[in-house]
Design a protein around this ligand. Structure first.
Ligand code: AGP
Length: 624
């Protein structure tokens, strides 16, 4: 988590940095800061507790001059969120300033060593230790800044994306990464650094994705911006000083994708985008006229899937829920045993991984630290890694053997919505591809699902048409302290996802359960005060879930049911119903999750919660 941004060029850096921080605020928003070297060579650092707007207010009457600077928006790991712990951090002499995204795991040992050398620390952060170490190295080993950064990073255990300023070298910006993302944007005699491309896109579409253990040194003459020594102003080396050749890539991102487009919140915009995003996810892959699905990541590696004795799916949060749905689809269509693992548990529990296993990693951001570590572990054991990611060029797709991008555009609301449906779509397509190739799915079933995939965007449109009804239900239930969500089969993970959406943005306690499990404990919670959301579309276990609803009603629970259009049984016993169009069972989650996203959204708005940036959370969890 945390967002970092940097600028060096001919324009005033401050407005560019602040705008960049706003774009990155989804990564963390408990405090923010900026460092600038002004025309007189003074290194100014301004920091504020709270969001970027509070930093702007604080810096309003300060000297924000300078054409080089770095800035940071924080999600606290070491040290509580306050202005002292906010980044940038000065070095002891205040010659250097640093920003950092990640965790320096051995900071305590490094700090003890530096303390013995007389260094003092103002903050509780691991980051301040790193800037002190760089300065200590610079001073005691008589080396330039780049070398000091390289030598300091050789001593660091942990994850980092950093950027460093040195007031003695106002023409130089240094950055490095390991385990946390870092992108460099190349403009016209100006350069940008950021955790992702969103702060860069309006200035340039030329980017370099920095790799692990690489150090980038950008050096330009401030006065005339002439390239120093007629060599490239941008130099990339490893932390061991091996020179690397920068690979410039073209950014595929548009500015309009980063705007709210008239919606009050990014989350609502992203919910309403789903008919289009799912169309984009299928484009070039699903050919309804020819009744065919073509996933290049699968086609190129068919044998790995066909020979797999087992598929392990690893992910976190909402992506893990998509993985659970995939378990149903892959086992049904491809008849390969599937295990779905929380990445954070999997990576630490000495899992049995075989060379013929296929590991599917699911991640919207492609940067989730636990998922990245889980696939690295599986890779070491020889498993084949296939990833489903949204952010193009992120770390997870880059370390995977193959994969499939979801192509839904930037998801900015912290609560994942359009990324989830696209993950389910991609995984269902993959299950169908494997099943067809293995001959474990009948032609009739394959064709019916392929045909139905093409109908999904229009059917989601119909569900979105009930937004007003769902917001009315939200008004009725926004008082509740607790919710239960129930579902069965393909819709059990939807119940989990609905509960997660509600708790993360409205701070209402919510639990998701397989509906039949209710009578093994949670039924004790049922009372008039307890809203129960039941996901009950027409499917194989429909009658069973009707009985589960009866059990809730017998105990005076209040039921909000998501049912198939024209439903006759549940609609008679549930208190409130939201209808979704009929579809094949494996695709029902793509429809049933929509009302749950909207319900959570409207309840959070009614409660006055910060929907796009809920407390304590961050969009991209790059710490374990
Ligand atoms: C979902 O609403 C959450 N914000 C969160 O659970 C998220 O899905 C999780 O952190 C995984 O992120 P990823 O998909 O980027 O790996």
């Amino acid at each position: 988590m945390c967002g970092i941004v940097g600028y060096i060029g001919r324009r005033k850096a401050y407005p560019i940095l602040i705008k960049g921080l706003h774009r990155l605020e989804y990564r963390g928003y408990d405090s923010a800061g900026v460092a600038l070297i002004n025309e007189q060579g003074k290194l100014n650092v301004y920091k504020a507790n709270g969001k970027v707007s509070q930093l702007e207010a604080y810096a309003a009457d300060k000297d924000t001059g300078g054409t080089i600077g770095i800035a940071h928006t924080r999600w606290a790991t070491h040290g509580e969120p306050n202005a002292v712990n906010a980044h940038p951090h000065y070095s002891e002499s205040e010659r250097l300033a640093i920003i950092h995204n990640g965790i320096i795991e051995n900071y305590a040992v490094l700090k003890a060593g530096l303390t013995k050398e007389g260094y003092t620390f103002k903050s509780d952060t691991d980051t301040e230790v790193l800037v002190q170490l760089i300065e200590y190295t610079q001073v005691n080993r008589h080396v330039d800044l780049k070398t000091a950064v390289q030598l300091a990073l050789q001593q660091v255990i942990g994850a980092y994306a950093i950027a460093v300023l040195d007031k003695e070298h106002p023409d130089t910006l240094i950055a490095a990464r390991k385990g946390s993302p870092l992108v460099v944007g190349i403009g016209n005699e100006e350069y940008f650094l950021a955790s992702d491309a969103t702060p860069i896109v309006e200035y340039t579409d030329q980017v370099i994705y920095i790799e692990d253990e690489e150090v980038v040194c950008i050096q330009i003459k401030n006065e005339k911006l002439k390239i120093k020594n007629s060599s490239s102003p941008i130099e990339i080396t490893t932390i061991n000083n091996v020179t690397k050749t920068p690979e410039i890539k073209r950014l595929e991102l548009s500015l309009s994708q980063l705007e709210k487009g008239g919606y009050p919140h990014f989350m609502l915009k992203e919910i309403f985008e789903q008919p289009r995003t799912l169309t984009d996810s299928m484009r070039g892959r699903v050919n309804v006229r020819q009744d065919n699905i073509a996933l290049s990541g699968f086609i190129d590696n068919k044998d790995r899937f066909l020979n797999a004795k087992r598929i392990i799916i690893t992910a976190c949060g909402t992506s893990w829920h998509a993985g659970l749905i995939a378990m149903y689809a892959i086992e049904e269509f491809a008849q390969i045993p599937v295990e779905v693992e929380y990445s954070s548990e999997f990576r630490y529990r000495k899992p049995v991984i075989n060379k013929d296993d296929v590991v599917i990693a699911i991640s919207q951001s492609g940067e989730t630290a636990d998922t990245l570590a889980a696939i690295q572990l599986a890779k070491e054991k020889g498993a084949f890694i296939f990833s489903i990611c949204n952010v193009v060029g992120a770390s997870i797709p880059r370390v995977s053997d193959s994969g499939c991008y979801t192509h839904v555009g930037p998801e900015i609301g912290v609560a994942s919505t359009k990324a989830f449906t696209a993950q389910v779509m991609a995984l269902t397509m993959l299950a169908l591809c494997i099943g067809k190739e293995k001959g474990t799915i009948s032609q009739v079933q394959y064709l019916s699902v392929v045909q139905e995939l093409g109908q999904i965007p229009a059917k989601i449109e119909r569900v979105l048409g009930q937004d007003k009804l769902i917001s009315d239900f939200a008004k009725i239930f926004s008082y509740a302290q607790n919710f239960i969500y129930l579902g069965r089969g393909y819709n059990f993970p939807v119940a989990l996802e609905g509960a997660l959406k509600l708790k993360e943005i409205s701070y209402i306690h919510a639990e998701g359960y397989p509906a039949a499990e209710m009578k093994h404990g949670p039924i004790a919670l049922i009372s008039q005060e307890m809203p129960v959301v039941v996901v009950a579309p027409h499917c194989g276990t429909y009658e069973k879930i009707v009985s589960n609803i009866q059990e809730i009603k017998a105990r005076k629970g209040r039921v909000i049911a998501v049912v198939t259009e024209g439903d006759e049984l549940v609609s008679k016993i549930a208190d409130y119903c939201i209808e979704v169009p009929e579809t094949v069972e494996c695709l029902t989650p793509l429809l049933t999750v929509i009302p749950l996203q909207l319900l959570a959204y409207h309840i959070a708005v009614i409660k006055g919660c910060d929907v796009d940036q809920p407390r304590n959370l961050a969009k991209s969890v790059t710490v374990e």
